[in-house]
Design a protein around this ligand. Sequence first.
Ligand SMILES: *Cc1c(COP(=O)(O)O)cnc(C)c1O
Length: 458
Amino acid sequence: MTQLRNIPSVERVLSSDTLAWVVKAYSRDWILSLVRQELDRARSSVMMGADAPSVEEVARATRQVVEKMNRPAPQPVINATGVVIHTNLGRAPLSRAATEAAINAAQGYSNLEFDLDNGRRGSRQAHLQNLLQEVTGAEAGLVVNNNASAVLLGLSALAADKEVVVSRGEAVEIGGGFRVPDVLSQSGAILVDVGTTNRTYVRDYETAITPETGAFLKAHASNFRVEGFTASVEPAELVDLGARTGIPVLHDVGSGALLPTENYGLAHEPTPQESVAAGVGLTFFSGDKLLGGPQAGIVVGSRDLVNRLERHPLARAFRIDKMSLASLIATLMHYLRGEAEREIPIWRMISAPVQLLEERAETWKKAVVDRGLSGANVDSSRSAIGGGSLPGETLPTRVLSLDCGSLPGGPEGLMQRMRTVDPPIIGRIEDDRVLLDPRTVLPDQEAHFLKGLLAALG
Ligand SMILES: *Cc1c(COP(=O)(O)O)cnc(C)c1O
């Protein structure tokens, strides 16, 4: 009981030096309630036999709660995994211009839905029409909040209560809850799967046609590869069949690669331009995968089909917000100006020469060695593209490879300590070593990266 009497009073905690700036910066009522919660906790511990905490201990615990809540969320991190489009780390980082466009759109009023020529109401989609036409070659386009909703909107508007013919090899799960059969049934369309998992021919689609057929759907198997005895139908072949039978072809290409990935030593990723050129009715893709922009879902195709999507109620439910719209436009402008590889972070990462990566890894190694730490090497490794695009495709890289044998907790221990520095550093473990890949560490994060790494190494 004497210990209970030793628990500090609310007033003494509130007036402690430790809480001085906190009390000034925040509402006194809020800090008061936090202190009370801490003291309640202390009382329960004392009842269980613990000693009463000091004023300083309660004040510090309170300040920690405030500091934790005061951190921006999501918190910036340094991606040293070498996975360029890391879904858990926010997919594509934006270019400077795309970032500024989002800030400008956020900070003030804009002509988002206002026609400056005639002073009347305009459409937020209007800002993108010419740009999408130029970049993809399509007649018309529509942008929504992500590709999953773009596909759901397309199927809902064109094929509700109708049959949609899909190859068995393409009735896939893309990850994160996007399953082609589920999206189809959610839209009210009826899945008719044809062919086999590994081989599908045009005649399979043709024999599946009934008076109820609403569309042919092709979906890019973004996150896995079927190898060996395989056959699939090219978009152009389906377009021919569709033209003869009056059935539109829908193509979900997924990652939105507007640059030819094969030029970068990667497998060919289907591009929206190819589908448009093949005459596909509607092509769907993401804004924040290989396009390298903000989260968005883009649909391009014939004017007539895009109009039908625009008029559907889900178009309003899925509409893109002004900040993403602005930053998507700024990102697409990089392609139009032919500067995508230089300005868009993911393309700068993908096109980074191994020589440059090696130099950066050597700089990192030197910083570690200069600290008198051993077990640091520069090794050859592979960076992944990730984000459900280009499965299994990697790029040669050089990594800082750390032997953690003499460090507390081994490689897991180091990974954990790297997550506690500011900003947290995320690496990967391979063969009991921690690997840090310069490819995905943004140049302006380099100084923070080295400081954090050295602190984590101790
Ligand atoms: C990634 C992907 C989607 C989902 O796109 P989000 O923009 O993440 O909603 C849909 N289809 C394919 C083929 C994909 O690769």
